[in-house]
Design a protein around this ligand. Sequence first.
Ligand code: ZN
Length: 355
Amino acid sequence: MTVAQTDPGLRFWLHYVDGCGGVTESGADGTLIMLPSLMAAEFELPDELVVTADPDVAHEDGAVLLTTGHPVLTRAADAVLTDGDVGIDMVAAPAGPAPDTDTLQDAIREQVPVDHGRIDVVGLPTRVDRPILRVGALVTYTVSAEEYYQERLECWVDAISGLPLRPDDASRLARAARADGPATAPASIVNTATGALVHVHHILNTAAEQRRGMLSAQASRAHQRELAHARSYYDDALQSLERRRATADASRAALLAARAASTQDECARRLLEIDEKYQAQHEIRPYRLHVVLVPGWRVPVDIRRGARRYPFAFDWLAPLSTYAAERCPRCHAGAPLLASKTCLGCQACLASSPA
Ligand SMILES: [Zn+2]
């Protein structure tokens, strides 16, 4: 993997250039970029240039070093945020009918294992459009007083369950053909989408926290060095005061003891200051919210345990040939289902409060 592919700042920039109608072509010595002339003028760059995130390549081959924090990246990020992009997208409807009952039943039994239960399809599927949210955000990570990074974060979240899509399903939906004409959504779908935003925020925040942990690992070494340095400085000072106190007369010893106490206070303040300097933070600024309506079929099922039947339904997403994930109907956890003798739940909620 080249540095261009791994540096998130450069990746963001290449993505932005693609979106603005430019051409990018990666090679061993950086990425060749051809910019539309309007964009080149706006960014004060030549129409054609080679960029890299590798300082050695930039040094040897004269490519432009473009990494996180470069003013060109910051301007692109600002442009993206200003044009904040909100809309409804409709994936083209499937040409044929729903898969037959056996296919739908085999697929749901394979995809959704139910402890002690068996899933039977009990009716004909009806046509639905399942709302999926595509959210983009720019995250600013501050890992120390002098160091910050900006990165793009994208997530795809099922608006009904609030569960994230698997990455390969998300990229298939991103590529799937869209329906012709303007897409509209009924108010109920807009409400569902709005209701899912709390899950979206949680998903983005978790991803940002993980990334922040990785970014601050390096700063953390500098942090530890600075703490160790301060501790050894104050230890030396305190030891020297102690040596002098041991041989001093009573009044001078009292003076030295007071100095030692104030040195200890000063040390605690200094350590706190250093901790504050390295307090990692992140800020999430969403710039895209698309409701993507994914055509599919709602399949009515019974989840059976012996003679007990629990009615349920799963949505078959036609462009992905898979079912949308559902939460536990009892506690709303995104956990595997379990059919008990008296109700349908998941392992977690039925273990904690047996029905
Ligand atoms: Zn549950």
